[in-house]
Design a protein around this ligand. Sequence first.
Ligand SMILES: O=C(O)C(=O)CO
Length: 273
Amino acid sequence: MPRYAVNCSIMLKGYPLPERLTLARDAGFDGVEFWWPFTTAAPDESEVERFVDNVGESGLQLAGLNLFAGDMAGGDRGVMSWPGREDELRASVETACRIGAALGCQVFNALYGNRQPAASPAEQDTLGVRNLAYAAGELSSIGATVLVEPVSGAEHYPLRTAADAVAVTGRVREETGVSNLGLLLDMYHLAVNGDDVSAAIEHHRDHVAHVQVADAPGRGAPGTGELPLQAWVGDLRAGGYDGWIALEHLGDDPDPIAMLTRARERVQSMPDS
Ligand SMILES: O=C(O)C(=O)CO
């Protein structure tokens, strides 16, 4: 059966890390995931240890981790295809391998990166293929998969649909032989970008390596918008998807346990029709 995770980087923001973990556990989740949880690509050993200790002691599984993605708050969305950021990428992959080995994390999201004015799309895509192959090659040493995610809300991010991401993982496989890459199917991002999510599930289900949910409009909890999230989750399950389903939505609530429990129950229940 799929397991359920909370994305602690976008949710429960008002709480320190240990409390976020306790809240996720008390609301009945099996795991947590994070965007790159450090301010630099090469954090101090003590920061990495603190992160590993906190997550390890929570008893929750680290369900997923984003690699270093630049200045997310400033609009960056990854460094995979960004010329000149290779050293940071490599440092982040090295740290991710250590975290993955310590906590058994099996998927790492490698945000592709925005288009840059100083390079052509073709140059960036060639670099993206090389860097994704590098990251996946390194992370294969701990049996992990690298995720490629279509994202909304970033004007210069080139991967908008499931087909865009699957084309990238296919190119990496064809050109380098590296195949431990998969699609991060974030239902919210795909829907906001106008992708046909039902068709994406139908056509690309064999590539889905991780799933995230939020409702639209608003990127709120499941049930606050108009997306048929339960039906899509049910469809994935019926097709054999048994990986993680992570809540990655905005929203403060004075009662976070109630909010998280409600959200989990919504995506957990099968569709009515
Ligand atoms: O940038 C975002 O919104 C993401 O979901 C990154 O993983």
